[in-house]
Design a protein around this ligand. Structure first.
Ligand code: FDA
Length: 396
């Protein structure tokens, strides 16, 4: 493979956005070369959604994305909707299931989505070349020259689809940010998103023993609010509720948890229960809503032992306030090692929202997660990868 080559389009990164872009550009009649340093394409697709890939969300709106420029994603999301991707996978015979409202997963395996994309690349004549490190990229008017471990490649258009920093063991690098920097683009500081929280010792002491327990909560941080399950792990707090708020949380802030969203006014409910069953324990009441282990741990942690008749109205008010408004200050997050996404990234102000071209560098495009556009949990990140990849592929 070593030597000098000339193609129309080079796409760097054979992940979700890069594969979609390469296939779409190939269908436009371009000679497309898709390069990746990894030994396999689409590794994150394969590990996503617990191996079933939550490949889109039918309810996608721009409000499901975090970005310094919340308008940037609108155009692409409108032009390439979730239904376009559903249509694509259905044409390839992929069966899918809607696990939660709007969230579509493969019925069988995430491999099906990767197979669709690789087949599309093949049909479109886009060449996928793996195990290729890119050593240098330079602007050679009217195009680019890439010096790679497998030789030099010249192209008219260069698409950067190298993703974010999450899961370095899957091939994630900061290469896209370095290229952005090289071409004079601003890069917003990055941090791990959709990531479990780690705990201060005082919280970890009682929660770690409850590892594996999941319960429905309403979690809030940084102005965002999510009604989802919380999962206690031996390292900290996870589950959809925590992953979602982690993308809005800033270090040093508290996270607010309503452990009992099912009961609007627990104080009134407890006073009523005390009247009906004064000899019953508070723990017994809690067991209506929580597992036995969690109910017992809440009682032990907050000193709620005893029968309800021993609780004054004020004390029941305190119990209710704790259940509805528990706050904890995470010691941090598990970081890029387990994060599903990377917040921050290439500043979208410098990029056209129609064709993802850098306004000041004709022929250079950035797509997917490398940009400062991060979706919430639930298939939105892949929808962003498909939409930005398709719009760019059509425009090259
Ligand atoms: P992506 O990361 O997919 O691809 C980037 C590619 O660039 C990789 O192939 C990488 O090897 C390559 N690359 C990086 N540096 C390079 C370099 N220097 N040279 C050459 N190549 C380089 N989203 C969702 O919507 N639904 C879901 O179910 C999940 N589940 C999920 C689970 C887990 C565990 C993770 C980590 C993430 C998810 N996500 C998700 C998020 C989703 O995977 C992510 O947003 C997209 O894969 C982003 O697509 P990109 O193509 O932008 O990057």
């Amino acid at each position: 493979m070593a030597g000098n080559r000339q193609v129309d389009v080079v796409v760097i990164g054979a992940g979700a956005a890069g594969l979609m872009c390469a296939a779409t550009a190939g269908y436009q009649g371009h000679r497309v070369l898709l390069l990746d340093h990894a030994n396999k394409p689409g590794k994150k697709i394969l590990m996503s959604g617990g191996g079933r890939c939550n490949f889109t969300n039918l309810n996608t709106t721009p409000e499901h994305f975090v970005s310094a420029n919340p308008h940037f994603c609108k155009s692409a999301l409108k032009r390439y909707s979730p239904w376009h991707f559903v249509d694509l996978v259905e044409r390839h015979g992929v069966e899918h299931v809607e696990k939660a409202p709007g969230q579509l997963f493969c019925a069988d395996s995430a491999k099906d989505v990767l197979r669709v994309l690789l087949t599309e690349c093949e049909w479109a004549g886009a060449q996928v070349q793996l195990n290729t490190s890119i050593r240098r990229v330079s602007y050679k008017d009217p195009g680019f020259e890439l010096v790679t471990s497998e030789g030099t490649v010249a192209c008219r258009k260069l698409v950067v689809a190298t993703g974010g920093l999450s899961i370095p063991t899957m091939g994630a690098t900061g290469f896209g940010y370095q290229l952005a920097d090289q071409f004079g683009l601003k890069v917003y500081p990055t941090r791990a998103g959709l990531v479990p929280f780690t705990l201060q010792p005082s919280d970890k002491d009682w929660l770690a023993a409850l590892s594996g327990i999941s319960t429905e909560v309403v979690a809030q941080a940084g102005g965002a609010r999510f009604a989802e399950p919380l999962l206690i792990t031996h390292r900290g707090l996870s589950g959809p509720a925590m992953l979602q708020v982690s993308s809005f949380w800033q270090p040093g802030q508290s996270v607010h948890v309503d452990w009992l969203p099912a009961v609007a006014d627990p104080r009134a409910a407890l006073i009523d229960e005390r009247q009906q069953h004064p000899n019953r324990s508070l723990e017994r009441w809690l067991r209506q809503y929580f597992s036995q282990r969690l109910a017992a741990a809440l009682v032990a942690q907050f000193g709620w032992q005893g029968n309800l008749q021993q609780f004054s109205n004020d004390r029941l008010g305190d119990v209710a306030a704790t259940l509805k408004g528990w706050q904890f200050k995470p010691s941090g997050t598990e970081g890029y090692r387990t994060a599903e996404v990377t917040l921050g990234g290439v500043d979208t102000d410098a990029i056209s929202s129609r064709d993802f071209q850098v306004k000041e560098v004709p022929g250079l495009h950035f797509i997917g997660e490398v940009l400062d556009v991060t979706g919430q949990l639930g298939g939105f990140n892949f929808q962003w990868a498909w939409a930005s990849g398709w719009c760019t592929g059509m425009a090259l």
